[in-house]
Design a protein around this ligand. Sequence first.
Ligand code: ZN
Length: 290
Amino acid sequence: MTAMRTENSNETRLREDICRFGRSLFERGLTPGSSGNISVRLDGGGWLVTPTNASLGFLDPARLSRLDDQGRLVSGDAPTKEVPLHNALYDTRGSARAIVHLHSTHSVALSMLPEIDPRAALPPMTAYYLMKCGATALVPYYRPGDPAVADAIKGLAGKYSSVLLANHGPVVAGDTLEAAVFATEELEETAKLYLLLRGMNPRYLSPEQVSDLVKVFGVELPQLSEHERECVAKPSDAEIEAAARVLDEAGRHFHWWDKSVQPYTDPIAKSEFEGIVEQMLIATSKTRSR
Ligand SMILES: [Zn+2]
């Protein structure tokens, strides 16, 4: 009886927290209209999530959708169409207790830039970005509610707590709701800094400064394999071929490109393509000179 009461009061508090944080995010313009959604795992199994077509600014604790472990509606309004996003991240990241998804302007803008590395959407700009978000993965564009987005997130194998959906927005997991909200805010502010400094050759944190943060604060960065690390330093033929394929298919989401491999490919305009190649060559020479 006591255990049941504790669980209920815990759920009551979590329902209030979702509405309180949702309102704060909405009022600061971090997700407009009825965009964005929040979910929290419940101790007794299942989870709470914000309903479909609900503005995060005007949530009602009693009408939040309560889902069981299989994602079926138990009570409340119909859940957001973006439940598969949340499911995929919970499935692959055992430590995730809460997930925040926003359509926040600067993060969405960042997701559309041609030079973004899908394994590190932002460079190591500040200590707090690394401490709260680790590294951010970029997944390609999917229509909202497309179940294929879940496969893309599962493909990251739980290595990332923060994921950017191209032309859409961030999805961030935390071990508490507060941690997930604060990490999402940190990602948005870092994306804003990146846009402010783009093209100005800013000084990012050095590899030594990053490893110092990893050591002192236990920052969790995705462990890339030896092969993946080599590719970051020097593109292999296979990597270049893969980039060419991706360029052909999607136009924008590729990492390395070699001008000699293939001439300009639709749908990227010649001038845009040359700009991308130039930025990548600058990035390569920087990596090599360190
Ligand atoms: Zn969305």
